[in-house]
Design a protein around this ligand. Sequence first.
Ligand SMILES: [Zn+2]
Length: 217
Amino acid sequence: MKKIILQTSLTLFLFGILFFYPQQLNAKTIITEKDGCFYEIKVKIVFDFQYQLSQSETEKILTDWRKAMSGVWNGVFGSTILNDQCFVYYDFELVEMGKGKICNDYPEFHCISVIDDQFNSRNHLADATIVKANSFQNSWGEWTNQIEPLIAAHEVGHMMGLSDEYEYKIAGQEKDLVNLNYRKIGPQSIMAQTWGEVAAFKEHSLRILKLANIDIN
Ligand SMILES: [Zn+2]
């Protein structure tokens, strides 16, 4: 009897490894190395809309967010050029969660809630947990439908492993935002601010790759 139980548990264990584990191993931010030192960084996000909106409204929001993400990360301020020979391209796949579905139904996607409000439950406009590329971790967060699309471009930086490049300095009643990656000329870093002229830089792409254990010299 004991032997049967042992065998059954072992079978269930192996079954679990074969059929359950690979599902958990789907990376949601994937770096693919292509020929000629070319890297594609793909981020897949499913959005769980917590309020009623029409198909065209959903499409508009997701199109605006995707455009801002692609515009910033594939922009002309260095993020696509790693060195003389190495390049990177960013690809963002944004989909709407189907009716009656849950995050677990989308093992290959980061999962973000979208609410119809001014601020989310943590008093932010939007947030996303920091996860490294190729790490199989899921980023989650809550975004309001009123965010400027550039905020979506900032949040997706967290989904590729990057941290904030700003902090708040509190002096009495005043709360000032301090840019920790301040540039004297040209656009400011998208990880430092989400208004005005902003961009992603070569340093960001190199860090995203390095966090995924890919070192470019
Ligand atoms: Zn942030």
